[in-house]
Design a protein around this ligand. Structure first.
Ligand SMILES: NC(=O)c1ccc[n+]([C@@H]2O[C@H](COP(=O)([O-])OP(=O)(O)OC[C@H]3O[C@@H](n4cnc5c(N)ncnc54)[C@H](OP(=O)(O)O)[C@@H]3O)[C@@H](O)[C@H]2O)c1
Length: 359
């Protein structure tokens, strides 16, 4: 892939997983951003072939994924489960597409860059496998703010707790919360041990416990020594994006009954003393970050207000009481926009610019 033909042909884009939770938001973003793409092909499993989805104000028919579907594609965004991406992304790359993959299949591959355009855009240019990975949504919901603070203060350690929305588990997560809410709404449930579980029954969907009227201290699948896959992703991916392989990271991931937008509390330790005033200046001017922090007036980010927006929202900025080198933050980010589709679209736009595409 050396660039587009002279004369301004626009690159062909494939959206793989167009029917999913992330794919649906991707189609909205493609309809809202500058129109740099030529043909946009929508791919999904054979189950969805023939469905019509709207993008850029037009109805486009979904194609079943196949080798032929990638022929002539310049950039392919993958919003599909890990095993589907692991199989198809190398095929798309071999057929000449530059792949931007939203799954976890390639993120820690040393030959695949893990890119956040506000933090490490240069990494997108070095892609030995023709694949660029998009970080996981929990990491992405905080990393733009932390990258800005790291550039000034030098990050040394992170202690993080997440409050993750159900859409982080895809359409199945959203459906599960909505169904459980319909079972508990208007009842007296939530007052006796196990009363919610008895009404919800075995239908806990992708979660190990009922999520309505509850919080669940688990996200992902089991890893060694009691850690979850989601917690390991936050640690490993933060290290890779920031270029800090030894960064100390402690994280607990928790699922809450929010449809979309992850929240995190962050205790961030830096190389030297920090001041809240300087931290606020950095956060107020960092691209992709909104500082919304006036607790006396009841102003701080919450998922109900942040959902559907692009930036990383930061509030409750305080210096740690017992450590002058540490800050406490509350961060919110829409897990389907910056946490997934938006970051992927931004990476694809970097690639398109490299190929010479213009709106
Ligand atoms: N949800 C988030 O907050 C989030 C954030 C960051 C990254 N991600 C990652 O993004 C990816 C998609 O997540 P999601 O939440 O959008 O999942 P989802 O709602 O379950 O959607 C999955 C998509 O993959 C397609 N698909 C499934 N099996 C396929 C196959 N064998 N061949 C081709 N297409 C297939 C589905 O098509 P059909 O409709 O035809 O089944 C659907 O379009 C996952 O890797 C996830 O980990 C998700």
């Amino acid at each position: 892939m050396t660039g587009l033909p002279r004369g301004g042909t626009k690159p062909t884009l494939a959206v793989v997983g167009a029917t999913g939770a992330v794919g649906s938001v991707m189609l909205q973003i493609l309809s809202q951003h500058a129109d740099i793409w030529g043909e946009i092909r929508l791919l999904a499993s054979p189950r969805s072939a023939g469905r019509k989805l709207a993008v850029r104000g037009e109805e486009v028919e979904v194609m079943a994924i196949s080798e032929e579907a990638f022929v002539g594609v310049d950039v392919a965004m993958f919003d599909v489960p890990d095993e589907v991406a692991a199989h198809w992304a190398p095929i798309a790359a071999a057929l000449g597409a530059i792949v931007v993959d939203n799954s976890g299949a390639f993120r820690m591959d040393p030959d695949v860059p893990l890119v956040v355009p506000e933090v490490n855009p240069h990494a997108a240019r070095v892609r030995p496998r023709g694949i660029i990975a998009n970080p996981n949504c929990t990491t992405l919901s905080m990393i733009v703010a932390l990258g800005a603070l790291h550039a000034e203060f030098g990050l040394r350690e992170l202690v993080v707790s997440s409050y993750q929305a159900v859409s982080g588990a895809g359409r199945a997560g959203i459906d599960t919360l909505r169904q459980q809410l319909s079972l508990v709404a208007g009842t007296e449930l939530g007052t006796k041990p196990g009363d919610v579980r008895r009404v919800v029954g075995d239908n806990t969907g992708p979660f190990p416990e009922p999520v309505a009227l509850n919080v669940v201290p688990w996200a992902g699948s089991p890893r060694e020594d009691g850690w979850s896959s989601e917690e390991m992703k936050v640690r490993d991916e933060s290290r890779k994006i920031l270029g800090l392989p030894q960064l100390r990271v402690a994280v607990t991931c928790v699922r809450v009954p929010v449809v979309t937008t992850h929240s995190l509390t962050v205790h961030a330790c830096f190389e030297g003393e920090v001041t809240v005033d300087r931290a606020r200046e950095i956060l107020a001017t960092a691209p992709g970050v909104v500082l919304f922090d006036n607790p006396e007036a009841g102003e701080f980010p919450t998922p109900a207000d942040v959902v559907g927006t692009d930036p990383t929202w930061v509030g409750r900025v305080r210096r740690a009481l017992d450590d002058p080198t540490a800050l406490e933050l509350f961060v919110c980010g829409d897990n389907l926009r910056k946490g997934a589709a938006l970051n992927t679209a931004q990476i694809a736009e970097l690639v398109a610019e490299e190929l010479g595409a213009t709106a």
